[in-house]
Design a protein around this ligand. Sequence first.
Ligand SMILES: Nc1ncnc2c1ncn2[C@@H]1O[C@H](COP(=O)(O)OP(=O)(O)O)[C@@H](O)[C@H]1O
Ligand SMILES: [Mg+2]
Length: 263
Amino acid sequence: MVLEARALSYAYPGGVMALDGLCLTVGRGRRLAVLGPNGAGKSTLLLHLNGTLKPQDGQVLLDGVAAAYSSAGLAGWRRRVGLVLQEPDDQLFAATVAEDVSFGPLNLGLDQAETRIRVAEALAALGIAELAERATHMLSFGQKKRVAIAGALAMRPEVLLLDEPVAGLDHQGAKRLLEALGQLSKAGTTLVFTTHDVDLAWAFADEVALFNGGRVARHGPAAEVLADRAALATSGLEPPLLLELGFRTREEALAGHNRQPHA
Ligand SMILES: Nc1ncnc2c1ncn2[C@@H]1O[C@H](COP(=O)(O)OP(=O)(O)O)[C@@H](O)[C@H]1O
Ligand SMILES: [Mg+2]
C-alpha cells in the first residue's frame, strides 16, 4: 500500500461537503480508476492525495506513515506523488516546454546536467521530444496535456495522480496518451486517475473505486465493480458497453435456451 486516505472529510467554503468520511487505499504498481459522476468529489480527493488540500478530518498516509503538512513534508510528498490537473493551462506556466518540464527537477535541487537528462527522459516517455523548444502557449490541448504529464514525470514520482486524463482529447490523442501511461505503469509507476467514463475504466484500470456523495461506494477489481449494475446505478452510471454486450448475449442465449422445448 503506497497511499491511503483514512476517513477524509472536506467541505468547501459555502458548506458543500465534497468528501464525507472517505476511505481509499492505493496499492503499489496499480492502475486505479476513481470513477464517479460530476461533483462526486474525485478532483477534491486527488488534491488531498498530494497535500494540496488538507483534510478537515481524517488523514492521508504515505507508506503507512501519516503525511506531514510542513514545507519539508510537503516537498517530500510531492516528489513521490505527482499530480496532473485536468486543465493543462492551470499547470503550465513557463515560456517553453523544456523550461516548464525543468521546473520540478530544478526545484528538487538537481543540477543543470541532471535536469536535462530528466527533461529528455520525461519528454521521450510522452512521445513529445520534438516539442522541447516550442512555446507552451502555442501548443494544442493534447500537446499541453502531455507536457503537463511530462512535468510531473520529471520528478520521477512513485505515484502519478491524473485528473480526467483523456477528457477533451480526440480518439487518437486519447489512445496515444493511454499508451504512454501504459508504458509508465509497466515501468512500475502507480497510476491513480479520475474519470466519469466507465468504458475508459474498463479499458485501462485494473482496480476501480466507485464514488458516490464524497465516499467510496465500492472498490475492487475493475471487472467486478464494473459488472455491478446496482452499485453503478447508485452513482448514476451504467456498465461499460463491452460488458453490456456480453450481458445481452448471455441473456439472449438463456432466452434461446428456454425456447428450445418449442423448437
Ligand atoms: N472551489 C470550490 N468551491 C466550492 N465548491 C467546490 C469547489 N470545488 C468543488 N466544489 C464542490 O465540491 C463537490 C465535489 O467537487 P469535485 O471534487 O470537483 O468533484 P468531481 O471531480 O467528482 O466532479 C461538488 O459539489 C463541487 O461543486
Ligand atoms: Mg473533477
